[in-house]
Design a protein around this ligand. Structure first.
Ligand code: ZN
Length: 140
């Protein structure tokens, strides 16, 4: 047996001693919430708007502002729904939701969604609960 073989054996043994590679619960991939919407005349109703905001732990008003900027249309919250003053299909809105999540929810360091949005001296910051990263983001 060469020293190399012995070394490999040793490595194998070391690996066997390690805990199995099952992922802990928090490693389970985050399931991106999706908008459920329909077009009504020249408007769009997002039925589960506040549900999605809650899953992201974001103020619905912040998400609403983002959609207004992206669509150039005004929106109005009606209980848990958002009425947008433009006709946009569900796929388009979910694309916007994804870009929103990437910019304002998902941590750019660890890619986890466990973040908080906080205002510090008028500047919005993302604070990640998973990896403790902190960084300022675009104000909308
Ligand atoms: Zn993080």
């Amino acid at each position: 047996m060469t020293t190399e073989d012995e070394y490999k054996k040793l490595l194998e043994r070391a690996r066997e001693g390690l805990p199995s590679k099952t992922e802990p619960a928090e490693e389970v991939r985050f399931e991106m919430p999706k908008f459920e919407s329909f077009i009504e005349g020249s408007q769009t109703l997002i039925k589960n708007f506040t549900d999605v905001a809650r899953k992201f732990e974001r103020d619905p008003a912040h998400m609403q502002k983002y959609l207004a900027l992206e669509t150039g249309a005004r929106g109005e919250l009606e209980a848990h729904r958002l009425r947008l003053n433009t006709a946009k299909n569900n796929a388009f809105l979910n694309q916007k939701l994804e870009t929103y999540a990437n910019e304002f929810v998902i941590c750019k360091e660890c890619k986890k969604p466990d973040t908080e949005l906080r205002m510090v001296d008028g500047v919005p910051w993302i604070k990640c609960r998973a990896c403790s990263a902190k960084y300022p983001i675009r104000k909308i």
